[in-house]
Write a protein that binds this ligand. Structure first.
Ligand code: AMP
Length: 511
C-alpha cells in the first residue's frame, strides 16, 4: 500500500480538523493537506517525473516538509530527505548517487543552486505556492499505486566511515514502523500532537507516519529549530506534545527546565511523551531527566537500516523502580520491538550465552530492502534476512539488550577489549562532569590507549587526579583513561551523535 493512502484516509474521516501547525498557528486541515499534495503530485508527473524517480528534500523543519513528502508518495516518487546541516558538496554527491532530478530546498539550508538537480524549488517561494496551489477535489488525482516492496524513502547514512549509502526504505518498512509505534512506544489519539523538535530528515520526521495514521496533529516549531524555551511554551499553548529527541536534545530540555525552575508538573503540561534514541543515553542522564521532567520517556533503538525499530524500553519498564534490575534495565535499550527478532552473534553468526557481547542482528519487516545501487554493501549488511547492525551488545536472560558501542568504536588496549561506553558511564557520575566521549589513541606500547574528552559543568573544572580516582573506585585499572582532554563542546552531527571519528582525527593530528 502506498503511504499516501494514510493521508486520504484522514482527509475522509477528519477532513476539517487542523492537521499541520506552524507554531500554534493552523497551517492545513487534513483536507487541505490532501488537496495540496494531489496538486503537487499532478504537477510533478506533468513535469515528466515517473514513478520511482527520486526527489530531494533539503530543508529545515517546515510545514511544507510534510506536504512535499506526501506529494512525492502520491505521485509514486521516492523521497530523499537529507540532513539540513550537510555541506553543499555532500548533498551534491547524494544528488548524483540518487540521480535526483528535482529538489525542494529552503534558502537557509541551500542558498545556492545545487549541482546535479534539473529543477530546484525554493519551498518558500511563489513557485512553491503555485506548485502546491490546491486542486478542488483531491479525489480527482489518483494515487500512483505502489507495491509494498517499492521504495518510499531513500535514507542516506551519515557516512562517518566513507561515502554515505542510500538505505532503501519501502512502503512496507514504513507502514510496519508506523504501526509498531502504537504497540511498543505509545498510544496516540486524534487529540495528540507530535512536535518536530529534531530534524525531519531523521527519526522525528519518520514519526509523522504513526501520527498521521492516528489522525493526530503535526506541529512544526515556528523557528524550525530546536529551542527548548520555544518548545515548552508551544506545548503549553497547543497541549502536551510528543516528540523524538536524541539524548543531546533531551539534555537541553532538562537543562532548560532546571534553569527555568520547571518541575515534572510543568513538563507534563508541555510534553506527553519524549521518545529518545539515536545515540547512547547514559544512566546518569536519564535518571536526571526523570527527576526533572517526570515519567514521560520511552527509549527506542534502531538505525536507518531498520528505522526506529529494533528494541524499545517502555515507559512501564522505565517506571518500574522496584524491579531488582531496574538500573541495568534503565541503562539498556529494552526488548525487541514487536515486528522484529533481535539477537547477538559472533562473526560466524553463532549466538553467545546471555550476558556475552556480540554484534546485534535484527530480522523483520522493518529491515531495509538494501542499499541503493550497492549490492555488495547490501549483501554484507543483510544475510539470510538478518541485518548486521555494526552495534555491539549483550542480551540478558529476560531479553533486554544492552548496547556497548559500535564495533568500530571498540578499543583494544594491551590486547584487552575496552568498551568506551562503560568508561563514559562511570565518568559521567563524577562531580563536575557534564559530557564525556571516550576514544582510543594509537600507542606504540599498548596498541591503543584510552583518552577521555570531557566537557565540565559550567563553572567547574574537575581535576585529572579526581577523575582518575573516581574511575579506579569503579572500573578495572586498565580501562581508565590515560589522558583527559577538557573541551568546551563535543563535536556532534545534526542528529546529535558525537563524531568520534573527528575526535580520533584530533588525536592523530600533529599538536
Ligand atoms: P542512524 O542510522 O543515523 O539512525 O544511527 C543508528 C545508530 O545510532 C545505531 O546503529 C546505534 O549505534 C545508535 N543508536 C540508535 N539508537 C540508540 C540508542 N537508543 N542507544 C544507543 N545508541 C543508539
Amino acid at each position: 500500500m502506498n503511504l499516501a493512502h494514510l493521508l486520504t484516509r484522514q482527509a475522509r474521516v477528519s477532513a476539517e480538523r487542523p492537521a499541520i501547525f506552524e507554531g500554534a498557528q493552523p497551517w492545513a486541515t487534513h483536507a487541505q493537506w490532501a488537496r495540496r499534495c494531489a496538486a503537487l503530485a499532478k504537477r510533478l508527473r506533468a513535469a515528466g517525473l515517473e514513478p520511482g524517480d527520486r526527489v530531494l528534500v533539503f530543508m529545515r523543519n517546515h510545514p511544507r516538509y510534510l506536504e512535499i513528502l506526501w506529494a512525492a508518495w502520491w505521485a509514486g516518487l521516492i523521497a530523499v530527505p537529507v540532513n539540513a546541516k550537510l555541506h553543499a558538496a555532500e548533498v551534491e554527491w547524494i544528488i548524483g548517487n540518487a540521480e535526483a532530478r528535482w529538489g525542494f530546498v529552503t534558502r537557509d539550508v541551500a542558498p545556492h543552486r545545487l549541482q546535479g538537480l534539473v529543477h530546484q524549488v525554493d519551498a518558500e517561494s511563489s513557485e512553491a505556492d503555485d506548485l502546491l496551489a490546491p486542486v478542488d477535489a483531491w479525489e480527482s488525482v489518483p494515487i500512483t499505486e505502489r507495491g509494498p516492496d517499492d521504495v518510499a524513502w531513500l535514507f542516506y547514512t551519515s557516512g562517518t566511515t566513507g561515502r554515505p549509502k542510500g538505505v532503501m526504505l519501502t512502503h512496507r518498512n514504513l507502514t510496519t514502523m508506523g504501526l509498531t509505534y502504537f504497540v511498543d512506544v505509545d498510544a496516540v489519539t486524534p487529540d495528540d500532537a507530535i512536535v518536530y523538535a529534531a530534524p525531519m530528515s531523521h527519526g522525528c520526521g519518520l514519526y509523522a507516519i504513526p501520527h498521521l495514521m492516528a489522525g493526530a496533529r503535526h506541529v512544526v516549531p515556528a523557528s524550525g529549530g530546536v529551542d527548548p524555551a520555544e518548545l515548552f511554551a508551544l506545548g503549553r499553548e497547543v497541549g502536551p506534545m510528543s516528540t523524538f529527541a536524541a539524548p543531546t536534545i533531551v539534555r537541553r530540555l532538562v537543562d532548560h527546565a532546571e534553569s527555568a525552575g520547571l518541575g515534572p508538573d510543568d513538563a507534563a503540561r508541555s510534553f506527553k511523551t519524549i521518545v529518545y534514541g539515536g545515540a547512547p543515553m547514559y544512566l546518569a542522564d536519564i535518571e536526571r531527566a526523570l527527576r526533572v521532567m517526570g515519567p514521560r520517556f520511552v527509549q527506542i533503538y534502531g538505525q536507518g537500516e531498520t528505522p526506529m525499530v529494533a528494541t524499545a524500553l517502555s515507559r512501564r519498564h522505565i517506571a518500574d523502580a522496584a524491579h531488582p534490575r531496574h538500573r541495568e534495565r534503565l541503562a539498556s535499550v529494552g526488548v525487541a520491538q514487536t515486528p522484529v527478532e533481535v539477537r547477538v552473534a559472533d562473526p560466524q553468526g553463532v549466538s553467545p550465552a546471555p550476558g556475552e557481547v556480540g554484534e546485534v542482528l535484527v530480522r523483520g519487516d522493518t529491515v531495509m530492502a538494501g542499499y541503493w545501487r550497492n549490492p555488495e554493501a547490501s549483501a554484507v549488511a543483510v544475510r539470510d534476512g538478518w541485518l548486521w547492525t555494526g552495534d555491539l551488545g549483550s542480551l540478558d536472560a529476560d531479553g533486554f539488550l544492552t548496547l556497548m558501542d559500535r564495533s568500530k568504536d571498540l578499543l583494544i588496549s594491551g590486547g584487552s577489549n575496552i568498551y568506551p561506553r562503560e568508561v563514559e558511564e562511570v565518568l559521567l557520575t563524577a562531580p563536575g562532569v557534564a559530557e564525556v566521549a571516550v576514544v582510543g589513541a594509537p600507542d606504540a606500547e599498548w596498541g591503543e590507549v584510552v583518552v577521555a574528552f570531557v566537557v565540565a559543568q559550567p563553572g567547574q573544572r574537575p581535576t585529572e587526579a579526581a577523575l582518575d580516582a573516581h574511575c579506579l573506585e569503579r572500573i578495572a585499572r586498565f580501562k581508565r583513561p590515560k589522558r583527559y582532554l577538557f573541551v568546551d563542546t563535543l563535536p556532534k552531527n545534526n542528529y546529535g551523535k558525537v563524531l568520534k571519528t573527528e575526535l580520533r582525527a584530533r588525536l592523530r593530528a600533529p599538536a
